[in-house]
Design a protein around this ligand. Structure first.
Ligand SMILES: Cc1ncc(COP(=O)(O)O)c(C=O)c1O
Length: 447
């Protein structure tokens, strides 16, 4: 039996402090030491820890009604949450389906896409293929992993997947086509059209992508024009555009959803994480009204369901989180603090191990390299991302590491993504600790 008793931990090999209490942007360990939650857990604790209004709303709901099965009962908390959620969605994505996590939201979207085409065109509809991208992550259930292109996480399980076609990502720092923006003319986006035509548009149902690639590549923002072009291509071929905003959504990049920056309206948005501020397990799918209308006036039901669909306690958490975000102008703060973080991080690009600083709003990433000039990554055995994370942890700062983004093995990066309620002083404190951590890691990795 390990030190974790009966619990199977994420890793038996990594030492982890015991999280005891949270307040604002801080998490406290058993000894009372405070750590800045510089990555909001996994980009979800957007309103910080210990928000009393959200806790009170959830407690009220728990005391009134903790559960009523969604196939037999409607509940007011879920209706309220859907109304609040729809109020931040773009255009006519006003129909919301709640689940318990991001992977479930992705699975729901894939099934919604298929059911839409079947209801619209008949059971013999050939539209079922969902195109996604390499160097992406859409969740850890089998369906979501088959769509995702996180090579490191897929490797062991790939025989289990129903594999979908994948196009290259917009990884401009290491362009898969060896081109440069803007002279590349967005070859990576045009690859979508090429793939749709090769497969045959009559078979292609959807294109799924993260607006800013999160954990797999470390806050990889798209080149100018990418999302508008992808939207145009999808519309031209009757292919539904599904934006995975599980990390980027609910204010993370300074707008309600990241696609809002480009005025792009997807057909479906998958959300999770920050939608309940981390106070309840949640996932959600926002669907265009006319897509839902095809189901409503057709079979009359979405052939999908989980026990915790539209759960009342989650509903209370979502509604309270979104109300708090509006009242405290959290999205606006994220936009302003995002700019400050960008400026504060920029000088770190001069460090010898920093290849690129990237991202949007309060979702920033740093790619680590052994050689800046050649962009040669550190040898995987050096575990550069883990070394940086460890040095930051020593300085009371939690960041989000990732590796293997180049080919599944090579490449190190990490994300800095503090809660959206972060203040100017806290941003400066984060970057100060980060710089110290990076310098210490640089010494260790070069010795
Ligand atoms: C972009 C993206 N999609 C999907 C998921 C899966 O969400 P969950 O872990 O809640 O199932 C994640 C989780 O990190 C994510 O970052």
């Amino acid at each position: 039996m390990s030190e974790w008793g009966n619990l199977i931990p994420r890793s038996y090999k990594t030492e982890m402090p015991m999280a005891v209490r949270g307040e604002g942007i801080y998490i406290y360990d058993e000894s009372g030491r405070a750590y800045i939650d510089g990555c909001s857990g996994a980009l979800l604790s957007s309103v910080g820890h210990g928000n009393k209004e959200i806790v009170a709303a959830m407690t009220r709901q728990l005391e009134t009604l903790e559960f009523a099965h969604p196939s037999r009962w409607m509940n007011a908390a879920a209706l309220d949450a859907a109304k609040e959620a729809a109020s931040i969605a773009p255009a006519d994505l006003r129909s919301v389906w709640f689940v318990s996590g991001g992977s479930e939201a992705i699975e729901s979207a894939v099934k919604m896409v298929r059911q839409y085409f079947v209801e619209r065109d008949g059971l013999s509809s050939s539209k079922s293929v969902c195109i996604a991208r390499w160097a992406s992550y859409h969740g850890s259930t089998l369906g979501a992993m088959g769509l995702g292109g996180n090579m490191a996480r897929r490797r062991m399980f790939s025989p289990l997947f129903l594999e979908g076609p994948k196009i290259e990502p917009h990884y401009c720092y290491r362009c898969p086509f060896g081109l440069e923006h803007p002279s590349c003319d967005l070859r990576c986006a045009h690859a979508l059209e090429q793939t749709i035509r090769r497969i045959g548009p009559q078979y292609v149902a959807a294109f799924l992508a993260e607006p800013v690639v999160g954990s797999t590549v470390g806050a990889l923002n798209p080149p100018e024009g990418y999302w508008p072009l992808v939207r145009e291509i999808c519309s031209r071929y009757d292919v539904l555009l599904v934006a995975d905003e599980i990390m980027t959504g609910v204010g993370r990049t300074g707008k309600p959803f990241c696609v809002d920056h480009w005025k792009v309206v997807p057909d479906i948005i998958c959300s999770a994480k920050a939608l309940s501020g981390g106070y309840a397990p949640v996932g959600a799918m926002f669907v265009r009204d006319d897509i839902v209308e095809v189901l409503r006036s057709g079979s009359g039901s979405f052939m999908h369901g989980h026990t915790y669909n539209a759960n009342p306690v989650t509903g209370a958490a979502v509604a309270a989180t979104l109300r708090y975000m509006k009242a405290a102008k959290v999205f606006e703060n994220a936009a302003v603090m995002g700019e400050r973080l960008e400026k504060a991080l920029a000088p770190l690009a001069d460090l010898s191990l920093v290849g690129e600083v990237r991202g949007m709003g309060l979702m920033r990433g740093i790619e680590l390299v052994e050689n800046k000039a050649t962009k040669k990554p550190f040898a995987p055995e050096k575990k550069a991302a883990a070394v940086v994370t460890g040095e930051c942890m020593k300085r009371g700062l939690v960041v989000y590491p990732g590796s293997g983004q180049i080919d599944g093995v090579a490449g190190d990066q990490f994300m800095v993504a503090p809660p959206l309620i972060v203040t100017q002083t806290e941003v400066d404190e984060i970057v100060g600790r980060l710089e110290e951590g990076l310098r210490a890691a640089e010494n260790r990795l070069r010795s």
